[in-house]
Ligand binder design. Structure first.
Ligand SMILES: Cc1cc2nc3c(=O)[nH]c(=O)nc-3n(C[C@H](O)[C@H](O)[C@H](O)COP(=O)(O)O)c2cc1C
Length: 172
């Protein structure tokens, strides 16, 4: 069942001019809320933006990617609270936030909604537009909305499993 949602998800870059219902938005946010995190820190704050004028004003900050203004919702994921190490790297919160938002993408796909990860943004510009404190770095942004299916999607190719996986050691 999860694999169905995984197979259904793709980066939606054309959205219908249609709002996302409150209950559906609540469900995708619930999927994020239930995500696991290191020591259960839940070190994120999701800024949910639905105001059309604000979304339009964010296009420039998100790499000038014009399709962003079609999205019904932008979810701007910020770190919240103390950061922490994974291994010896200080990126635990980034891993946690990525998991939480991946839950969002899959829950959205299972309900017929589309998403697109948006990593091409200017953090300072986004922060200024949404009053995000400097202690809460923006990690990633997600566009959300109903896909305009009149634009056919071609799935991006994926590497074969044997290029991505090795067994028992790195050369295995
Ligand atoms: C961390 C991350 C950042 C991304 N940033 C952007 C972006 O700024 N704009 C965009 O159109 N797609 C962006 N993408 C989408 C990828 O290009 C896309 O996931 C990849 O090409 C595979 O295609 P698919 O999502 O349709 O399977 C991003 C994806 C990830 C995971």
């Amino acid at each position: 069942m999860i694999l169905e949602a995984i197979e259904k998800r793709y980066s939606v870059r054309h959205y219908k001019d249609q709002p996302v219902e409150e209950d559906k938005l609540a469900e995708v946010l619930e999927a994020a809320r239930l995500a696991p995190s290191g020591s259960n820190l839940q070190p994120w704050k999701l800024v949910v933006v639905r105001d059309r004028a604000t979304i339009r004003s964010m296009v420039h900050a998100i790499g000038g990617q014009q399709f962003v203004e079609q999205a019904a919702v932008l979810i701007v994921a910020c770190m919240n609270g103390e950061g922490y190490n994974i291994g010896h790297r200080y990126d635990g919160a980034v891993v946690d936030i990525t998991i939480a938002l991946d839950h969002v993408t899959l829950q959205a796909a299972s309900m017929g909604l589309g998403t697109c990860w948006l990593g091409n943004y200017d953090g300072n510009e986004v922060r200024a537009l949404l009053d995000i404190p400097s202690g809460n770095p923006v990690v990633i942004i997600l566009a959300l909305g109903y896909p305009d299916e009149s634009h056919p999607h071609r799935p991006g190719p994926r590497k074969p499993l044997d290029e991505l996986v090795c067994w028992e050691n790195f050369t295995g």
